[in-house]
Design a protein. Structure first.
Length: 469
């Protein structure tokens, strides 16, 4: 589908952020884009863009062709198809970043024949012209919205074709199997080697295993992209806000010796060793008659329920009481860590004793000793979070990750198709019936790469992009 697209009329948009800045970039792509810019650009050397070689930079002025008034001093970059982002002729105008100047240049381009680009239309044309598949196009937006080094590296790996190669390999294996079965069905009179149900079973099972491995990356992909929601909970005055400040490396939350200082939730983002964490500091959980504090306690419980991970903070120097045990009972069904805080002071019990007091010996493996005030033990917290969510390591660049719900849903249907194939083999159904499920799996994988995707889905994906990308 993509390679059959021949491009469209010239489109133009500002590719740099809105507002006033030192420099702005206006991008033009499509048929006659070079001629359109040539109509408003006067190179200092009196040359013509039409006659200039590709991938060259030209200094000159943007001029109103009707009045011959100069609008701005610019640099123009000329890139001829197909060695461009869109595989069309592309011109980029580097102008001064005043909002009026940018708008005036766009106006002249529109008068000369260009139209305003839709959000994501440049990347959409790159996809339609076969420069990238749909997973790579989505990686462009992931790259732009990256918040940590690991999410950046994951996006770059996909943008370079990591997921595309994986999907092409899986689809290639299915296509080979489908071709053999199709030949046996359509040409029984030829002396072709029959594909047995046993061979179908072995091939389908091997491909299914690889697809399930890819499926298991979806959670890591989601967490790297959206971040891990971490709720910090515990009784009042056990050091929750001090822990938040320590993780942020700044004084974000008020810390006092007065219990109940935090009444509302405080939400902050932190890059912890490449892992994006959305930290939520909550009010101390306890029974209270204070109306405002009670609202804070309810918000704390809600934050814990909606989180990916709960950090339950307890004061290591104090005996655990009924409130601690009640909080533990509320969180034990979730992913959690218990942080014995204030270990710079004398601890009331060992970690084993704390677990026994909580009534769950298995809680011992979730208990870590820290001192938020002295910022000790935080590296252990980081490594434990990494182990909980990324099996201890995040091997970005080795294997691709499923990064969004669209890809995950398509892969789910592909896996369902192959599982149906294996059930059909066990039941001994005819091979032409097995072909139906194989085709479903093949097409589902094609939705990830964009080979088998509806136009409205394409439109919806690129509508999320910013203008000028």
């Amino acid at each position: 589908m993509a390679d059959q697209y021949n491009g469209g009329p010239a489109i133009a948009a500002i590719s740099t952020p809105a507002g006033t800045g030192a420099i702005a970039i206006i991008r033009i792509s499509g048929r006659e884009s070079i001629e359109i810019v040539d109509a408003v650009f006067q190179p200092a050397d009196k040359s013509s863009l039409r006659d200039s070689p590709s991938h060259t930079i030209h200094y000159g002025w943007i001029v109103d062709p009707q009045t011959q008034d100069s609008v701005d001093e610019v640099l123009v970059m000329l890139m001829r198809a197909p060695r461009t982002f869109t595989r069309e002729d592309v011109v980029e105008i580097n102008c001064h970043g005043g909002a009026y100047i940018q708008g005036r240049i766009l106006e002249l381009l529109f008068q000369s024949g260009a139209r305003l680009a839709e959000p994501g239309e440049f990347t959409k044309r790159a996809f339609l012209n076969g420069r990238m598949d749909l997973s790579q196009a989505e990686a462009v937006m992931d790259l732009i919205s990256s918040q940590t080094d690991l999410s950046l590296r994951s996006s770059i790996h996909t943008l370079k074709g990591g997921l595309r190669e994986k999907i092409d390999m899986l689809r290639g294996g299915l296509l080979d199997l489908m071709t053999q079965i199709e030949a046996n069905i359509d040409y029984p009179e030829y002396d072709l080697e029959d594909v047995t149900l046993d061979q179908i079973q072995k091939t389908a099972a091997a491909i299914l295993e690889k697809m399930e491995d890819l499926w298991r990356t979806a959670e890591s992909g989601r967490l790297l992209k959206q971040g891990i929601k971490v709720a910090i909970v515990g009784r009042p005055n056990v050091g929750k806000s001090t822990l938040l400040n320590a993780l942020l490396r700044e004084q974000r939350a008020i810390v006092t010796d007065i219990p109940g200082t935090t009444r509302d939730t405080i939400e902050e983002f932190v890059d912890l060793g490449g892992m994006p964490l959305h930290l939520v500091d909550t009010a101390g959980i306890r029974e209270t008659e204070d109306v405002v504090e009670k609202i804070g306690v309810d918000l704390a419980r809600r934050a814990a329920e909606e989180s990916d991970l709960i950090l339950m903070v307890v004061d290591a120097g104090m005996e655990l009481d009924g409130e601690d045990r009640a909080i533990f009972q509320e969180i034990r069904h979730k992913q959690y860590l218990i942080l014995l805080n204030k270990t710079d002071l004398t601890a009331a019990h060992s970690a084993d004793e704390f677990a026994a007091i909580l009534g769950d010996p298995q809680a011992r493996e979730h208990i870590l000793a820290v001192s938020a005030k002295e910022e000790k033990g935080l590296d252990t917290v980081e490594s434990r979070i990494r182990k909980l969510f990324f099996d201890g390591t995040i091997a970005i660049g080795k294997d691709p990750l499923i990064s969004n719900l669209r890809q995950k849903e398509a892969l789910r249907r592909g896996i369902a198709g192959l599982r149906a194939v294996l059930r059909g083999v066990e039941e001994g159904i005819p091979q032409d019936m097995i072909m139906i499920d194989l085709t479903d799996a093949y097409d589902a994988l094609g939705e990830i790469s964009g080979h088998c995707v509806k136009d409205d889905v394409i439109q919806e994906i690129f509508s999320r992009f910013c203008l000028g990308k």
